[in-house]
Ligand binder design. Structure first.
Ligand code: ATP
Length: 443
């Protein structure tokens, strides 16, 4: 099973080797915990966003989309409580001079090398915790003074709340309804790390669901289960996903209740997505600070809606999907590394391979098939190297199917369909190959 063999380092190495993820600014020695996404990483992330949008927006009739700015009026972050309270407790180690999050010390390790004296390992000597605000600030305009300070958003959610009035007055929405948004967020994390698990620049997928106060608890339960189901439906093993309700003392400043969908990463159980019941905290605070009424006015009702928020991250989902899909096995005495990604997430759905890359007739047939397929799905054509090597390369990037054109194709217009997971090879008619794959994809 993948859980026995997968480590974050192996996933990171594969991602670099196969063009999913590169260390950012690599030729300058990188920038702590910052990454760039390569071709297959871009495609995988597009698919993750696409599946989220499909489930949250396209296949529902109670949801609308939004794409708000990254830099908002700084008052937004005063009203939301971020200027005063978006901080983590920071401790310094007097021995190794490193900084840690006081509430995540189990993940920390003293950076000092073991002592030369056997049996003596340096212990961290920690200062008292002090609060460290995680918002990145910048200046808007030509003058750099206190009045021009603005923040890079630390979450996408606030862009949604401040648009509540715009959305309700321009679109056909009525509680219960949601506003969904995908976009970059920035947090000056004290201890980023574990590859793309905790970044300073990351992408969030958040949705705010506005409901009547008396219906909120039921919707909260609904969204917790709905989001758990989504992760499993895209291939995460049920045994690697669990729900963890927050203890009252760990609730964020805006939340009345919260449940984390956790995933069993190689580093242990960690938050994958958070579902929070935010009550009327945000709309009420923005109404107070802005002087604009933010409420629902129906025919004979008027109230401030309560909010349920599922909030996840593209990068963290990507890491979970990669860890769950990663597998190593031996096939006829040869090692094989394979990403068993759900076909809908796989960066490439099908590889088209002429068995003999130098055979003009096979190449012509293969190119024609490839050019037809790529109109409706992400496909790849590969005529280089031995066929086994080409299969292995596709296995490592998680391509679920390969179609191989050989002598027999030229004679009877059939191709071999190879399945990444079962390794079965079926002969199928060329005609209809595209429909067969679309059918398997469920699109
Ligand atoms: P943590 O406790 O891990 O710092 P959080 O509870 O502050 O996370 P939320 O504010 O609930 O996180 O963010 C919602 C989601 O956004 C998280 O579940 C995660 O998927 C993603 N996320 C948050 N911070 C980061 C980060 N620094 N890097 C990558 N993804 C992140």
């Amino acid at each position: 099973m993948a859980s026995d063999v997968v480590t974050i380092d192996k996933v990171a190495a594969l991602c670099r080797r196969r063009g999913f993820v590169y260390p950012s600014s690599d030729i300058y020695g990188g920038l702590g915990s910052s990454y760039d996404y390569g071709h297959y990483g871009v495609l995988l992330r597009q698919n993750i966003r696409g599946e989220w949008q499909r489930a949250m927006i396209q296949e529902r009739d109670d949801m609308v989309a939004l794409d708000s700015a990254i830099i908002l009026n700084p008052q937004v972050w005063v009203a939301s409580g971020h200027v005063a309270g978006f901080s983590d407790p920071l401790v310094d180690c007097r021995t190794c001079k490193l900084r840690f999050r006081a509430d995540k010390l189990e993940d920390a390790s003293c950076g000092k090398r073991p002592s030369k004296h056997p049996g003596e390992t340096p212990q961290c000597d920690l200062t008292e915790p002090r609060q460290f605000n995680m918002m990145f600030d910048t200046h808007v305009g030509a003058v750099r003074d206190d009045a021009s300070v603005a923040y890079l958003r630390p979450e996408t959610a606030q862009g949604i709340f401040v648009n509540f009035k715009n959305v309700t007055s321009s679109l056909r929405v009525k509680p219960p309804f949601g506003i969904a948004q995908i976009g970059k967020s920035f947090r000056n994390e004290i201890t980023p790390g574990n590859f793309i698990f905790r970044l300073r620049e990351f992408e969030q997928m958040e949705m705010e669901f506005f409901v009547r106060p008396e219906d909120a608890e039921e919707w909260f339960r609904y969204w917790v289960e709905e989001r758990r189901r989504w992760h499993v439906s895209l291939g995460l093993r049920e045994s690697h996903v669990r729900l963890r309700p927050h203890e009252p003392d760990e609730l964020a400043h805006y939340a009345t209740a919260a449940v984390d969908v956790e995933y069993l990463f190689p580093i242990g159980w960690q938050e994958l997505e958070g579902i929070a019941y935010r009550g009327d905290y945000d709309l009420r605070h923005h109404a107070e600070h802005s002087g604009t009424k933010l409420e629902w006015i129906g025919q004979d009702e008027r109230y401030v809606p309560h909010v349920v928020e599922p909030a996840g991250g593209v990068d963290r989902f990507m890491l979970a999907f990669l860890c769950d899909a990663y597998d190593e096995e031996e096939i006829s005495g040869r090692p094989r590394t394979v990403l068993r990604l759900h076909p809908r997430l796989a960066p490439v759905k099908v590889a088209v391979l002429p068995l003999i890359g130098k055979d003009a007739a096979m190449v012509e047939r293969a190119r024609a098939l490839y050019e037809e397929l790529r109109k409706t799905m992400s496909a790849e054509y590969d005529a280089d190297a031995a066929i086994g090597k080409r299969y292995r390369r596709q296995d490592e990037i998680g391509t679920p199917w390969a179609l191989t054109i050989d002598e027999q194709t030229l004679a009877d217009a059939t191709v071999t369909l190879r399945d990444r997971d079962t390794l079965e090879q079926d002969r199928i008619p060329l005609e209809g190959a595209r429909e067969l794959l679309l059918d398997k994809l469920g699109t």
